[in-house]
Design a protein around this ligand. Structure first.
Ligand SMILES: *Cc1c(COP(=O)(O)O)cnc(C)c1O
Length: 393
């Protein structure tokens, strides 16, 4: 049986997979099982932040796993301690980290922090967490309930209580009560359609929550690790959240999730844990990824890559205002709103046929999440293919 047949026979059908199988990659280039070449504007949904088959990450991982891959969190692990130091230092915040394996798990950790904070701090037990409509926080029973998309709340109940959805950031204040322990937001909604929140509104919210002793959790699973040009979107928005979660881009393809918080004493031994979280393999990958990207940030190469991608996207958008209604996003988390869902679906199919991989977000957004290491040549080739995809609509 070929891969598609095996998958169909043995893998649960939770994904509407595109009919393509990639067998190798090199930075923003991909090759499929038929030998066809592509430019990747998805980077595995913002995961392969330093590109496919990154030599520095691969060398670091290989060197590490030749010695030891895993021993559990019952013992000290040097790469985990170093990864925590690099993450905290890059963030500029006075925080500590907990390591898990995914974005959902990182958010579970954030929710546990908020609930413990609400248990201990104040007269009544506070448990309510306010999230936004169109948000996305994960697929576990708790994080799917935290996600403000009613279509994802079918079948799986009863869900944990205490999640309240605000229509928008302005509505949050009216939903705060003496049972509220936290507000959880993405600064740029990813799955919801590449939707940045307004900076002043976020700063006002942060101030309001501080004055009411309510935690601000920022889900940076997609926005974090230099995707916006700074280490965190929170840095760009010039706020200091109480809790931040990271995952996608952090391990360069190796599964890892982090919840970091300034509430350094919130957990005692036994309050939270993970078998795999931050083991030698994933933490080594994270150390190398953060090193590579912080060097690119310091040298100005990252800003240059972002500016070039943005200028090409702007040109492409300007040339096709009959199809696209606006250009959205920040940094390398960007996209174009498409006039209707059918055109978007056709465009994504055409793009693949023309050799460029792109994503959908929300109902009508063409989403682009290239590797932060993408080269000028790769960007140029990708947009030439996108042009062809538009011509054949
Ligand atoms: C992808 C994503 C998640 C979920 O991450 P998983 O690793 O799939 O569990 C959570 N929050 C945001 C903002 C995301 O983009």
């Amino acid at each position: 049986m070929n891969t598609k047949e095996l998958d169909t026979k043995y893998v649960l059908p939770t994904y509407a997979r595109a009919d393509v199988e990639f067998v190798s990659g090199d930075n923003a280039r991909l090759v499929d099982a038929d030998g066809k070449k592509y430019i990747d504007f998805t980077s595995g949904i913002a995961v392969c932040s330093v590109g496919h088959a990154n030599k520095r990450v691969n060398n670091a991982i290989c060197k590490q796993i030749a010695n030891i891959t895993h021993i559990s969190n019952l013992y000290y692990t040097a790469p985990q301690a170093k990864a925590a130091q690099k993450i905290v230092e890059a963030s500029g915040y006075d925080m500590k980290c907990f390591f898990g394996n995914s974005g959902a798990e990182a958010n579970e950790g954030a929710i546990k922090i908020a609930r413990k904070f609400g248990e201990n701090d104040g007269e009544v037990k506070r448990y309510k967490i306010i999230t936004l409509q169109h948000s996305f926080h994960g697929r576990t029973i708790t994080t799917v309930k935290a996600t403000g998309q009613a279509s994802m709340h079918n079948y799986f109940g009863p869900f944990p209580d205490g999640f309240v959805y605000a229509d928008n950031i302005a509505q949050i204040e009216s939903l705060l009560d003496n049972h509220t322990c936290a507000v959880m937001i993405e600064l740029v909604q990813g799955e919801g359609g590449v939707q940045p929140l307004e900076k002043q509104a976020v700063q006002d919210l942060a101030k309001l929550l501080k004055s009411k002793n309510i935690l601000l959790i920022v889900d940076e699973v997609q926005t974090g690790v230099y995707r916006m040009g700074e280490f965190l979107a929170s840095n760009l928005y010039e706020i200091t959240p109480d809790v931040i979660t990271l995952a996608k881009g952090l391990g360069g393809g190796v599964p890892i999730g982090v919840v970091m918080t300034g509430l350094k004493d919130i957990f005692n031994a036994g309050d939270h844990g993970s078998t795999f979280g931050g083991n030698y393999l994933s933490a080594t990958a994270a150390c190398e990824v953060v090193d590579i990207l912080s060097e690119m940030h310091a040298s100005g190469v990252l800003a240059k890559n972002i500016a070039y991608f943005d200028s090409e996207l702007e040109k492409f958008y300007s040339a096709h205002k009959d199809i696209f209604t606006s250009k959205v996003g920040i940094g390398m988390m960007c996209g174009l709103r498409v006039k209707d869902a059918k055109t978007l679906a056709d465009l994504i199919t055409n793009a693949r046929a023309e050799g460029v991989m792109v994503l959908k977000a929300g109902r009508d957004t063409l989403r682009l999440l290239p590797a932060l290491t993408i080269t000028k040549e790769e960007i140029d080739e990708g947009f030439i293919s996108l042009e062809r995809a538009v011509s054949s609509l």
